[in-house]
Design a protein around this ligand. Structure first.
Ligand SMILES: NC(=O)c1ccc[n+]([C@@H]2O[C@H](COP(=O)([O-])OP(=O)(O)OC[C@H]3O[C@@H](n4cnc5c(N)ncnc54)[C@H](OP(=O)(O)O)[C@@H]3O)[C@@H](O)[C@H]2O)c1
Length: 299
């Protein structure tokens, strides 16, 4: 049976993965146990554990803060994945790593495919792209899974923020001109587990970058309305308090009216065709992902 080293287990994806990997021999580590800003510690721990597979959902994910902390963002998002890849290669092990829609600039009118031109607009996006490049430069079997707009019942995320804001305020103003696929940590973890059987690490043609998101697309405004709608449908049965803001009180605004330190791509839509063709894995549409997560939300 495969021995798996899983990083970032207190993160959204790490937590969902840990719950699903019980049947494997998993060493699941949080930041205190494996600090990815400490290269020597990464090398020591990987060699101590001797995994067959490293799954690395840990990352510096504070997109706006990264603009003023580029060194830390690069240390965790670029240098650490390189070291994980180098140490895995020494053991003939494989690596599953996560990347982001923010490697693109969003100027493509349709859904991005994996070999489209990358052009990150932010320090975070650049640091994640540097991590992808660093892994690809090491000769080892790997999957780099680019996902988008991650949320879940566990952790800090957009869904939690919208529920909080809608319970505090009568009305909300949410960006309505950025398009992408909200992707639940549950869907990501299910898909990763589904990949573990068809993925043959020794088959070099399977190594590479894959888009892995819930299907369909919406805007942050559309996502907010769906969250509030789902909440209202479940509120009575779950004994949740009523919200102050309802769907009709959520206004769509242009990005220029909500300036952020880091620029975001206008179009984050990622085609999952390659994932489906190579591994026969397809994630549910984003509305089904949301329904699943709302059942798990605890207030
Ligand atoms: N979140 C999104 O919207 C999004 C979108 C596209 C792609 N992605 C990518 O998807 C992957 C999973 O993201 P996520 O949403 O699960 O992220 P997350 O919830 O922010 O979790 C990231 C985890 O990384 C850990 N971490 C941060 N610095 C670390 C360090 N120095 N050493 C060890 N661990 C450290 C954090 O630890 P603490 O819990 O101690 O802080 C946290 O548990 C990442 O590669 C991310 O770049 C995310």
């Amino acid at each position: 049976m495969k021995k798996i080293l899983l990083t970032g287990v207190n993160g959204q994806v790490g937590h969902a993965l840990q719950n699903r990997l019980m049947q494997y021999d998993v060493v699941a580590l949080n930041r205190e146990q494996l600090d990815l800003s400490d290269g020597a510690a990464i090398r020591r721990i990987v060699q101590m554990i001797q995994p067959d597979l490293i799954i690395n959902p840990a990352a510096y994910t504070a997109v706006d803060k990264a603009e003023t902390e580029p060194d830390l963002a690069y240390a965790i998002n670029a240098i650490a994945p390189q070291i994980l890849a180098e140490e895995a290669a020494k053991l003939n092990a494989a690596l599953i790593h996560f990347s982001t829609d923010y490697v693109y600039d969003g100027s493509k009118p349709g859904a991005y495919v994996e070999n489209d031109l990358v052009n990150p607009l932010s320090v975070y996006g650049k640091s994640k792209l540097a991590g992808e490049d660093a892994i690809r430069a090491v000769n080892l079997p790997h999957l780099i899974l680019r996902t988008s707009w991650v949320y879940g019942a566990y952790g800090k995320n957009f869904l939690k923020t919208i529920i909080r804001l809608a319970s505090e305020r009568d009305s909300l103003r949410i960006v309505a001109d950025q398009f992408g696929a909200p992707t639940s940590s549950e869907s990501i973890a299910d898909a990763v587990v589904s990949l573990l059987t068809p993925w043959q690490p020794q088959n070099a043609s399977q190594t590479g970058i894959y888009h892995l998101t819930n299907q369909g697309k919406t805007t942050w405004h559309g996502f907010s309305c769906a969250i509030v709608d789902e909440y209202n449908q479940l509120a009575v049965s779950k004994n949740w308090p009523p919200l102050k803001a309802n769907v009709e009180n959520i206004a769509g605004i242009p990005t220029v009216e909500y300036p952020t330190p880091a620029a975001r791509p206008v179009n984050s839509s990622l085609s999952n065709s390659k994932l489906n063709q190579v591994f026969k894995v397809m994630l549910p549409d984003w509305q089904a992902g949301l329904q699943q997560v709302m059942q798990l939300v605890k207030l």
